[in-house]
Write a protein that binds this ligand. Structure first.
Ligand SMILES: [Zn+2]
Length: 103
């Protein structure tokens, strides 16, 4: 028997599981190589009009400049679509991708 999904598993796994999922989505959205370190942190945001929490994702390629995604949502509320949108904005703003350029 496989494929059994415990509906409570998500909350038991909690933020660690969510952070791991976000790292995976970020890697896919940015096309990260294996040596790119992705970190996910939830920070408090003090800007007026902003939600109280924001999630900051850093992609750190070995030997290259870091790419930062900051999303004004709590870590637990992030979805794959949020990551894809933020990754697209970050890479178009900086006019670069951290993915290796294809030959
Ligand atoms: Zn903010």
């Amino acid at each position: 028997m496989s494929g059994f999904v415990n509906p409570l598993a998500r909350s038991r796994i909690g933020l660690l599981g969510q952070a791991a999922a976000i790292k995976g989505w970020t890697r896919m959205a940015l096309g990260c190589a294996d040596d790119v370190v992705v970190s996910v942190n939830q920070l408090a945001c003090a800007e007026p009009g902003c939600p109280p929490e924001e999630t900051v994702i850093m992609a750190l390629p070995a030997g290259g400049p870091a790419l930062k995604l900051s999303i004004h949502k709590a870590l637990a509320d992030l979805t794959e679509a949020d990551i894809i949108t933020a990754a697209r904005e970050a890479t178009s703003l900086t006019k670069r991708s951290i993915a290796p350029s294809p030959e």
